[in-house]
Design a protein around this ligand. Sequence first.
Ligand SMILES: [Zn+2]
Length: 82
Amino acid sequence: MGYGAARQNGPYIVKADAPEWDKIYTARVRKKTEDVLKVYRFSETDRCRMNEISKYFGDSGSNKLCEICDNCLTRHLSLVLQ
Ligand SMILES: [Zn+2]
Protein backbone atom coordinates (compact mmCIF):
# COMPACT_ATOMS: atom_id res chain seq x y z
CA MET A 1 0.00 0.00 0.00
CA GLY A 2 1.31 3.42 -0.84
CA TYR A 3 -0.48 6.62 -1.64
CA GLY A 4 2.40 8.41 -3.35
CA ALA A 5 2.29 6.15 -6.40
CA ALA A 6 -1.44 5.44 -6.04
CA ARG A 7 -0.85 1.76 -5.48
CA GLN A 8 -2.57 -0.43 -2.96
CA ASN A 9 -2.72 -4.15 -2.38
CA GLY A 10 -6.10 -5.73 -1.92
CA PRO A 11 -9.37 -5.69 -3.81
CA TYR A 12 -8.93 -2.16 -5.20
CA ILE A 13 -5.61 -2.22 -6.96
CA VAL A 14 -4.84 1.11 -8.58
CA LYS A 15 -1.78 1.67 -10.70
CA ALA A 16 -0.51 5.10 -11.59
CA ASP A 17 -0.50 4.26 -15.30
CA ALA A 18 -4.09 2.92 -15.29
CA PRO A 19 -6.70 4.98 -17.12
CA GLU A 20 -8.51 7.41 -14.84
CA TRP A 21 -6.44 6.29 -11.86
CA ASP A 22 -6.78 9.78 -10.42
CA LYS A 23 -10.59 9.47 -10.26
CA ILE A 24 -10.31 6.15 -8.44
CA TYR A 25 -7.69 7.59 -6.13
CA THR A 26 -9.81 10.68 -5.40
CA ALA A 27 -12.87 8.53 -4.69
CA ARG A 28 -10.83 6.44 -2.29
CA VAL A 29 -9.52 9.53 -0.48
CA ARG A 30 -13.09 10.84 -0.21
CA LYS A 31 -14.31 7.51 1.25
CA LYS A 32 -11.43 7.36 3.75
CA THR A 33 -12.12 10.95 4.78
CA GLU A 34 -15.79 10.12 5.34
CA ASP A 35 -14.74 7.13 7.47
CA VAL A 36 -12.51 9.33 9.63
CA LEU A 37 -15.34 11.85 10.03
CA LYS A 38 -17.67 9.06 11.17
CA VAL A 39 -15.18 8.09 13.87
CA TYR A 40 -14.83 11.73 14.89
CA ARG A 41 -18.61 12.18 15.13
CA PHE A 42 -18.84 8.98 17.16
CA SER A 43 -16.22 10.29 19.58
CA GLU A 44 -18.11 13.57 20.00
CA THR A 45 -21.67 12.27 20.33
CA ASP A 46 -23.61 12.44 23.57
CA ARG A 47 -25.95 9.68 22.45
CA CYS A 48 -25.76 6.09 23.66
CA ARG A 49 -22.64 4.63 22.07
CA MET A 50 -24.07 1.10 21.90
CA ASN A 51 -27.03 2.39 19.89
CA GLU A 52 -24.70 4.27 17.57
CA ILE A 53 -22.58 1.15 17.00
CA SER A 54 -25.72 -0.94 16.43
CA LYS A 55 -26.99 1.54 13.85
CA TYR A 56 -23.60 1.57 12.13
CA PHE A 57 -23.83 -2.19 11.67
CA GLY A 58 -27.40 -1.95 10.39
CA ASP A 59 -29.40 -2.85 13.49
CA SER A 60 -32.05 -0.21 13.94
CA GLY A 61 -34.49 -2.38 15.90
CA SER A 62 -33.81 -1.14 19.39
CA ASN A 63 -33.29 2.36 20.69
CA LYS A 64 -33.07 1.16 24.29
CA LEU A 65 -30.20 2.82 26.15
CA CYS A 66 -27.42 0.46 27.17
CA GLU A 67 -26.96 2.20 30.57
CA ILE A 68 -23.26 1.23 30.66
CA CYS A 69 -21.51 3.43 28.11
CA ASP A 70 -19.90 6.69 29.21
CA ASN A 71 -22.77 8.78 27.82
CA CYS A 72 -25.48 6.70 29.51
CA LEU A 73 -23.59 6.81 32.82
CA THR A 74 -23.08 10.56 32.54
CA ARG A 75 -26.78 11.02 31.81
CA HIS A 76 -27.70 8.77 34.74
CA LEU A 77 -25.35 10.55 37.16
CA SER A 78 -26.63 13.98 36.14
CA LEU A 79 -30.17 12.82 37.00
CA VAL A 80 -29.10 11.34 40.35
CA LEU A 81 -27.07 14.39 41.36
CA GLN A 82 -29.84 16.90 40.63
ZN1 LIG B 1 -25.31 3.70 26.32
